[in-house]
Write a protein that binds this ligand. Structure first.
Ligand code: HEM
Length: 411
């Protein structure tokens, strides 16, 4: 019997920061690919703890496919309804074609203007936040930057953005729930329908008059020589929102918390501006907002000495891989200067996060503004953790900020 079964990885309450550190350390050493029975043992899933094995799984879409789902809950629940249509749960030539389209939308030409929007928004939001002396960093700053950036990329007109942001936030409240069976509240369902309707209209407009935004790219004749259907366009817009909103918000919030808990690193960030680049990577490793990535084995295979059967659900645990002693020197130390830093926060291989560069831009902008305008940050209340087995990080972060005496515009 493996040592694994004493922890129920499906339990959404368990994955808050740090709670499973000792467990994962033990699993990396003693049982790196462990079998976890569910539903009284009739079914089971595999949990991969080591960095190298995690990479081996997610890079090999022939052996381990995402077509069917990439979250434990949906995989065990029968599969993702968007399978084969939404990029993150599609494999093969259609996935390659979708990636090619999206890659253009996230290229340097598209991201340049978005980066400037992010920098402006961060400056304004953080500036007002500092003036107020602080508040809930999640609600007042971190929640407002990623969605705005995604709206820009999708070509949502500025005049519509506030409404779209409000509706998306309302709709996404359901995504926070780790309970796959939970019925969304009626307001959330209405918000979700309204947002889908909004994007349907926008897609119809772009089919008539294309621009340079991602929706225009998605409606172009493309994958397999045909245009995407309205539904495929919608699902892939939605993928950008669910992939890029909450994840980046959690990374930013956890990054701020880590800086408050490691005053030496906060001091280094203030003294050494060049640390914003490696510091961003360390915040991504440290926060690991996506807890696990799920796959299904396409045929009988072997992984680290274990026999995996065709159809088995295989999950890789980023929270463990990003603390693997074999991949990181002193993984339990938060070090803004860490090099190398091959974290798996954005996944790896063919499904590597398409929005990784945007997320980095957002975190770098935050660090730059923080060191420019803030002399001290302090957590001043309880920090509730998100309750989920897929995402983790602070659901709220009450902080007090002390402004720098005379912020220099140009520093
Ligand atoms: C800190 C922020 C982020 C984290 C931690 C994160 C994490 C991830 C991970 C782990 C994957 C791989 C999933 C898998 O292999 O099944 C992924 C894929 C993806 N992410 Fe992100 N992401 C972030 C930001 C973003 C942003 C800003 C966007 C877009 C606006 C985005 C859009 C996507 C999309 C579309 C995919 C699917 C790519 C594919 O399947 O080929 N993500 N992300």
């Amino acid at each position: 019997m493996s040592a694994a079964v004493d922890v129920d990885l499906l339990d959404p309450g368990l994955h808050a920061r740090g709670e499973l550190d000792a467990y994962w350390r033990r699993m990396r050493r003693d049982d790196p690919v462990s079998r976890h029975p569910v539903g009284g043992g009739a079914r089971a899933f595999w949990a991969v703890a080591r960095h190298a094995d995690a990479q081996a799984v997610v890079r090999d879409t022939r052996r381990f496919t995402s077509a069917g789902g990439n979250m434990l809950g949906t995989l065990l629940g029968g599969g993702d309804p968007a399978a084969g249509r939404m990029v993150v749960v599609t494999d093969g030539p259609f996935h390659t074609a979708l990636r090619r389209l999206l890659a253009r939308g996230f290229g340097p030409r598209a991201l340049g203007p978005v980066a400037r929007t992010v920098e402006r928004a961060t400056r304004a939001l953080l500036g007002a936040f500092v003036e107020r002396g602080g508040g809930d960093f999640v609600a007042e700053v971190a929640a407002r930057i990623p969605l705005r950036a995604i709206c820009e990329l999708l070509g949502v007109p500025t005049a519509d953005q506030e409404r779209v942001l409000r509706l998306t936030n309302a709709a996404m409240l359901t995504e926070q729930s780790s309970d796959a069976a939970a019925e969304p509240a009626i307001e959330q369902r209405i918000a979700r329908n309204e947002i889908l309707l909004y994007y349907t209209r926008l897609a119809a407009e772009r089919r008539q008059a294309p621009g340079s935004d991602i929706i225009s790219l998605l409606v172009e004749p493309g994958p397999e020589g045909r245009s995407l259907t309205d539904e495929e366009v919608l699902l892939n817009c939605y993928n950008l929102i669910i992939g890029g909103d909450e994840t980046a918000r959690l990374a930013m919030a956890e990054g701020i918390r880590a800086l408050t808990e490691h005053p030496d690193q906060w001091q280094r960030l203030r003294d050494e501006p060049e640390l914003t680049v490696s510091g961003t990577e360390e915040i991504l490793r440290w926060s690991t907002p996506v807890v696990h990535i799920g796959r299904r084995a396409t045929h009988d295979t072997e992984l680290a000495g274990r026999t995996i059967a065709a159809g088995d659900v295989v999950t890789v645990w980023n929270t463990s891989a990003n603390r693997d002693e074999a991949a990181f020197a002193d993984p339990g130390i938060f070090d803004l200067a860490r090099q190398p830093n091959q974290h798996l926060t954005f996944g790896y291989g063919p499904h590597f996060c398409v929005g990784a560069e945007l997320a980095r831009i957002e975190i770098r902008a935050l660090l730059t503004e923080l060191r420019r305008t803030v002399s001290a940050v302090e957590v001043v209340g309880p920090v509730p953790a998100l309750v989920s087995n897929f995402l983790r990080g602070p659901a709220a972060l009450p902080v007090a900020l002390t402004p720098k005496k005379q912020p220099q515009e140009s520093s």
